[in-house]
Design a protein around this ligand. Structure first.
Ligand SMILES: O=C(CO)[C@H](O)[C@H](O)COP(=O)(O)O
Length: 226
């Protein structure tokens, strides 16, 4: 089994948590892709009434192609459940997200959701966060100054580029990835980053996830985080 097979396993498992009538936050990435496909199939087979709140244009497009009704977060009254991927999850079930540059929308959807499920293949689990670069969305104006500040703090920053062009997020901001190695206390780092003017949002998702579905060779593992 390869990594993609494990992503498929958890995508298919997660769709079982969606019930008729729910408003569901739909994350972003190659694991969520399988969830969205499985959801489209269930809606077709079981004639379910589901509203999807996508966290990226990519997910919105795919969901619409599959016949899922899609609404913007500000068009819905509440979100029952959000299912999303993650880049890294530590032993306290804290996570890094934003590898796919969607973490600002993902966090807004997650914090407005009654429950959050993450779906990951087993390679995403780690003792301590940090070996995966931490994405930070920043306002373009003054971003070189912010970059220098990150460098001074030893965060080992790198702009996310496509050749010599800055990659733009949905909100037309830049991403600076922090190569932290070992992160230490993620709550402290999250606060330090939030306090820096020009930072829009970082990819630390702390105390947010309720259930984690992990893909292993022998099937999905369900972890109740909180
Ligand atoms: O945070 C994300 C996008 O911003 C994704 O959830 C994260 O990058 C995991 O992606 P994948 O399922 O493709 O490994």
């Amino acid at each position: 089994m390869n990594q993609d097979d494990l992503k498929k396993i958890v995508g298919i498992e997660a769709v079982k948590y969606i019930q008729d009538g729910m408003t569901v936050g739909l994350g972003t990435g190659s694991t969520v892709k399988y969830l969205v496909e499985a959801l489209g199939q269930r809606i077709k087979d079981e004639h379910l009434t589901i509203i999807g709140v996508p966290t990226s244009n990519r997910t919105a497009r795919r969901a619409e192609q599959l016949g899922i009704t899609v609404k913007d977060i500000d068009e819905v009254d509440h979100i029952d459940l959000t299912i999303d991927g993650a880049d890294q999850i530590d032993e306290h079930y804290q996570g890094i997200k934003g590898g796919g540059i969607a973490h600002l929308r993902e966090k807004i959807v997650a914090i407005n959701s009654r429950k959050n499920i993450w779906i990951v293949d087993e390679s995403k689990l780690t003792k301590q966060l940090g070996s995966f670069p931490l994405p930070v969305e920043v306002i373009p104006y003054g971003s070189q100054q912010l970059f220098k500040k990150f460098k001074k703090r030893g965060y080992n920053p790198k702009f996310r580029m496509d050749g010599n062009r800055f990659i733009l997020t949905h909100s037309k901001n830049y991403i600076i990835d922090l190569g932290l190695g070992k992160m230490g206390d993620p709550h402290k780092l999250a606060k330090n980053l939030k306090d820096m003017t020009g930072v829009v949002e970082h990819g630390l998702f702390l105390d947010l996830v309720n259930t984690i579905i992990v893909g292993h060779e022998d099937g999905p593992e369900i972890i109740q985080a909180r």
